[in-house]
Each structure stands twice: as structure tokens, then as C-alpha cells.
Design a protein around this ligand. Structure first.
Ligand SMILES: [Zn+2]
Ligand SMILES: [Zn+2]
Length: 135
């Protein structure tokens, strides 16, 4: 399931199958030199809230992680939630951030839960004014 990727001491990301262990010496094609494996990349996605202890691993599926973060954002609109893959930030979502609000709403719209749909409708109505009443 996890892609066999590792980071070398030269900071290059390389794919080996099977993946070598940390500390192994492998040939980096981009450097043209032998380098040491410094980190294994599992592709695991972590959703981590900055304002509360909410923190979950979502496997390697970014869509599920986006949905998890968006749902938390819907419950806790003032919270900022980081979505990270292997410790690298993919995006931060928050209902209070006009930049990420459309992303959260679009993500939640794919959800079949009725309470989620109802809440999204409510939220959009509240924050986008009364002209969004025919949805
Ligand atoms: Zn390299
Ligand atoms: Zn939170």
C-alpha cells in the first residue's frame, strides 16, 4: 500500500523497491553519487489541528484526509487544521480562512452524510449572505 520512497542525505527523494533501511548506502542518480538513506517515506497522511489535540492518521488516501480535516473544521470553525504527508505540509484548512473555505465546502459537498450537508448549507448561508437561499 505505502509507496517505497526514501529521502537521502542529499535531500533527494528516491523510489526503491524494496525500500532500503535508514542508514543504508544507495546510489543517487540525481547526484551521481552514493548517499545515505536518512528518512523513510511511507506516504502516510496526518491531519493535525493547531488549536486542539485532534490528530489522526489517514493512511495514504489524501481524499479521506481532506474530508476528515474538513469535518473537523465544520465542527470547530475557528480551528486551523494542517494536512501533512510524511511531515511535509500539503495544506491548512480553516472555515475562517477565505482562501481555504471554498476547498472545505467543496470537500464536504462530496459527503453523503445528511448532517454534514445540512451544516454546510447553514454555514454557506450565514457567511455568504441571504442570496444563497435556493441551494
Ligand atoms: Zn542526490
Ligand atoms: Zn481542533
Amino acid at each position: 500500500m505505502a509507496s517505497p520512497r526514501v529521502i537521502l542525505t542529499c535531500k533527494h527523494e528516491v523510489t526503491f523497491d524494496p525500500p532500503p533501511s535508514i542508514g543504508d548506502e544507495v546510489y543517487c542518480r540525481r547526484c551521481g553519487l552514493y548517499r545515505i538513506v536518512s528518512q523513510e517515506l511511507t506516504g502516510m497522511i496526518r491531519v493535525n489541528c493547531r488549536q486542539c489535540p485532534y490528530c489522526r492518521y489517514y493512511g495514504t488516501d489524501e481524499r479521506t484526509a481532506n474530508l476528515g480535516a474538513s469535518k473537523h473544521s465544520l465542527r470547530m470553525p475557528t480551528h486551523e487544521i494542517d494536512i501533512e504527508r510524511d511531515g511535509k505540509l500539503i495544506r491548512t484548512v480553516s472555515m475562517m480562512d477565505v482562501e481555504t473555505l471554498p476547498f472545505v465546502v467543496e470537500t464536504l459537498k462530496t459527503q453523503e452524510d445528511r448532517w454534514v450537508r445540512a451544516l454546510v448549507r447553514e454555514f454557506v448561508k450565514t457567511y455568504q449572505g441571504s442570496d444563497a437561499s435556493h441551494t
